[in-house]
Structures are given as structure tokens and as C-alpha cells.
Ligand binder design. Structure first.
Ligand code: HT9
Ligand code: FE2
Length: 347
């Protein structure tokens, strides 16, 4: 078996591997078909999500945000006198990972590090990216070896940047506003098997809880809630709850809360789940209840975030791990798509 945590040695390129998003109205349906291929998402949900993308002009911000992250990483590397090419590839939309890796092979890249743009363990945040790496390496002759940077839910730079933005949001909101952390929901069954079984499951929700605790602590917030958003799948299938809209509505009706600060802890940047599901849907739904929502910024486009990526790259090349403040494991540093452990995220 591949050593799941190998000391990497020097790499000759970095690949930022992400989800991808449409960049025009005509891309919306083909993109959604790529995302949901074989995943049992009801057609009605697809139509609904398509309307969100259409309202945004058919363009997801995700690719531009990732290009911004790459530019910041390049600047951070240049500051360190390091001349390392940074490539961009996606699972669901152009630039597709297989095309990028083909170009990397043609450019002579032999050993690549891979930054997958999710902080989390679990199938959607981690294992599915390992599947992507495995598939792409099978598709591309002469593909480089690919070693991933680890999960970063508790990286001090990630936590500190979120905490600083949370302080700013609290200062902008009415005094005493309730702080609500939100992350992408997943099916209960997926969370149960998230991480290697030996660690007891629920790696995703445990990391989200722990990241929220660390950010709240760093921002001096004593009381807060952790909730979930953007569920899909048939209503008969249980997903992590409570939903953010239900929760904020409940705070308003049963506890008289009028002001909330929403922290999109589950998202590195202002993805569609943030600018639509929170800034549009949540805001509209709770306005009728007299609730004002102040939304905390996301850390992705910051220089701190780029510095974190370069520090994670240092860890890969040196085979070390910096001290971590979190008490939940951070996995994901595996080679060529290997899972983080036996039976990890088994579906
Ligand atoms: C945990 C998690 C993250 C966070 C970790 C990470 O960042 O990776 C995440 C991120 C994202 N999810 C995204 C988009 C979508 N996710 C979908 C569907 C699903 N997501 C799931 C989970 C997650 N998703 C799950 C369990 C499904 C059900 C189907 C399945 O099991 O796969 C669907 C299908 C329609 C729908 O059902 O909503 C879309 C369009 C985008 C891009 C947004 C943009 O364009 O800005 C991003 C960053
Ligand atoms: Fe998703």
C-alpha cells in the first residue's frame, strides 16, 4: 500500500485543484450535469440550482477567486525567492484537471504538490479529490506524481484570518448580535463514515465544530451556534441539521433575536453557496421576521491564505507538520490519490 503520509521531497510544480464553476449562461446546465453525474440529485433540485447560477449571469465567482488565490500564492513564492510554477485544474469545469495535468506532463513536471481547495475531511472535501487525482493520473500518460497538501481546518493562518474578519463583522453589526457559523451540509450517512473508521467517523462535522470553536475563541466570542446549509438530495434522505435558514428563523421567533453575524466557516471564498444561499436567500427569508444579517468575509483571497498554502507546501517537501491548535485530526497528505487510511470515507 502507498504510504499515506510520505515525506515528499522537493516538488517542481504546485497544482491548485478545485470544484470549477460555469463562466456563462450556456455553461450552466453542462456544468451541473458534470457535478451531478451519477449522484442521484433530483432533476427539480438541478433546475432550482440552475436558477441561482442564472441570476448571477450564468457565471460562478469560483474560478476567478481561485485565479486570485493563485496570483497571491505566486507573489508569496516570489517573496521567498522561489520560482515554482502554479497550475489550475478543476473537477467539473474548465480548466479541467485532466487537461491541466496533460500540460504539466508536457512541461516536464515530474513531482507535483496538489492544493485541493477544501479545508475539510470527508467525501466531498477530501476523498473525492483523491478520486480525481487517481483518475487523472490514469488518463494522462507520463503524469507527474501528485502529493496533496493536508486538510487545513485548524491552520493558525486560516483561523486567525477568519477571526479577524469575524471581529470586523461584529463591529459592523448591532451590539449583541448572535454569531452563527455555517458550513455545507452533507448526508448524515456520509458524515458517519467521514475519515478512517479507526478515528470514529464524523471527521467532517467534528472539524467544522472545532474550526468554529477556534475562530470564536480567537475572536473573543463566547456564545455561538454551528449550523448547516445548501442541502440537496431527496427530502427523505437525512442531511446534517439544523439548516441555517430554519435556525435563524427559529432564533427570531422563539428567542426574539434581531441581529445575526453569519460566518461561512465551511467555504474558503465567496462561492455561490455564500453569495446566493446566504447573501440572497437567507437575507430575504429572515428579513420578513425583522432579522438583519451581517455576513463575515471569507479568507481565500487574502495574503494570509496564500502564506498558509506555502507553509503547507513546506510541510509536504520537508515531511514535517507544524504544531496544530485543533484537537481533531487533519489528514489528506497522501500520494497519487491514496485514501487517508484504510476504509476512509467508505461509501
Ligand atoms: C461539503 C461540500 C463542500 C465544501 C467543501 C469544498 O469546498 O469542496 C462543497 C463545495 C461546493 N459545492 C459546489 C457546487 C455544488 N455542489 C453540489 C452538490 C453537493 N455538494 C456537496 C457537499 C459539498 N460541496 C454534496 C454532498 C452535494 C450533493 C451531491 C454530491 O454528493 O456530490 C452541486 C449540485 C447541485 C446541488 O445539489 O446543490 C453544486 C452545483 C461548489 C461550487 C460553487 C460555485 O460555483 O461557486 C463548491 C465550492
Ligand atoms: Fe457542493
Amino acid at each position: 500500500m502507498t504510504d499515506p503520509n510520505p515525506a515528499g521531497g522537493p516538488v517542481d510544480a504546485l497544482l491548485l485543484l478545485s470544484f470549477g464553476g460555469p463562466e456563462g449562461q450556456e455553461d450552466v446546465i453542462p456544468f451541473l450535469e458534470n457535478v451531478t453525474r451519477g449522484r442521484g440529485i433530483p432533476r427539480a433540485r438541478l433546475e432550482e440550482v440552475a436558477t441561482h447560477y442564472r441570476h448571477l449571469g450564468g457565471r460562478s465567482p469560483i474560478n476567478d477567486l481561485n485565479r486570485e488565490i493563485i496570483a497571491n500564492i505566486e507573489a508569496e513564492l516570489a517573496d521567498r525567492g522561489r520560482d515554482l510554477p502554479v497550475y489550475f485544474g478543476n473537477r467539473n469545469w474548465t480548466p479541467m484537471a485532466e487537461d491541466t495535468v496533460r500540460r504539466m506532463a508536457a512541461d516536464g513536471v515530474r513531482h507535483a504538490a496538489v492544493f485541493a481547495t477544501s479545508a475539510w475531511g470527508g467525501y466531498s472535501g477530501c476523498a473525492q479529490y483523491n478520486e480525481d487525482i487517481e483518475r487523472v493520473r490514469q488518463q494522462v500518460a507520463g503524469a507527474p506524481t501528485m502529493i496533496r497538501l493536508r486538510q487545513f481546518y485548524d491552520h493558525p493562518l486560516f483561523v486567525e484570518r477568519f477571526a479577524a474578519d469575524l471581529r470586523r463583522a461584529i463591529d459592523a453589526a448591532a451590539p449583541g448580535a448572535r454569531v452563527v457559523f455555517t458550513a455545507h451540509s452533507v448526508p448524515d450517512a456520509a458524515d458517519e463514515v467521514a475519515g478512517p473508521p479507526a478515528l470514529g467517523g464524523h471527521l467532517y462535522s467534528r472539524q467544522v465544530q472545532e474550526a468554529s470553536r477556534l475562530v470564536a475563541g480567537a475572536a473573543g466570542v463566547a456564545e455561538y451556534d454551528v449550523v448547516w446549509q445548501s442541502r440537496s438530495g431527496p427530502p427523505s434522505v437525512p442531511w446534517l441539521e439544523p439548516d441555517v435558514v430554519d435556525h435563524v428563523s427559529d432564533l427570531a421567533t422563539s428567542r426574539g433575536v434581531r441581529d445575526v453575524v453569519v460566518v461561512p466557516i465551511g467555504f474558503i471564498s465567496d462561492h455561490v453557496e455564500v453569495i446566493w444561499d446566504l447573501d440572497t436567500e437567507l437575507v430575504d427569508e429572515v428579513r420578513e421576521l425583522g432579522v438583519t444579517v451581517t455576513r463575515c468575509a471569507t479568507p481565500g483571497p487574502s495574503r494570509e491564505f496564500a502564506r498558509m498554502v506555502v507553509e503547507l507546501l513546506d510541510e509536504v517537501e520537508s515531511g514535517t507538520t507544524q504544531p496544530r491548535p485543533g484537537s481533531v485530526p487533519a489528514l489528506g497528505r497522501t500520494r497519487d490519490g491514496a485514501r487517508c487510511g484504510i476504509g476512509c470515507c467508505a461509501r
